[in-house]
Write a protein of this length. Structure first.
Length: 118
């Protein structure tokens, strides 16, 4: 089934997190928090501004994003859970999400690195 979000909405699939353990205790699936990271599956054409021009979205299909805990509406299509949300609910796009050593990632500010002992 092909779904195309309208205007400034995006279709997101949550990325699964690894098994959560707190102090050696395994947290059951029913008590785990849902991940707040996902992959954009499809994006709308953008919003129309006051002059009638279409403003494209900042995110596109394939981007990995961070979003708020209670963002979007959960839907199920062909047995798979997705979120439909407004682009405004996206907090950040993760650059180079596939590799940990990607040079395009935002560097850690020196003050933060100093506090973390880097």
């Amino acid at each position: 089934m092909h779904v195309r979000p309208l205007h400034y909405r995006i279709l997101v699939q949550r990325l699964e997190e690894g098994e959560q353990q707190i102090g050696g205790i395994i947290i059951p699936d029913s008590a785990k928090e849902k991940p707040q990271r996902g992959t954009v599956i499809a994006a709308g054409n953008g919003r129309v501004n006051d002059e009638g021009e279409r403003v494209p979205l900042d995110v596109k299909a394939g981007d990995t994003i961070l979003f708020g805990k209670y963002s979007g509406q959960e839907i199920k299509l062909d047995g798979v859970e997705y979120l439909i949300m407004k682009e405004d609910d996206v907090l950040a796009a993760i650059e180079g999400a596939g590799t940990a050593t990607d040079d395009t990632a935002t560097p850690v500010p020196a003050t933060v690195a100093a506090r973390k002992g880097r």
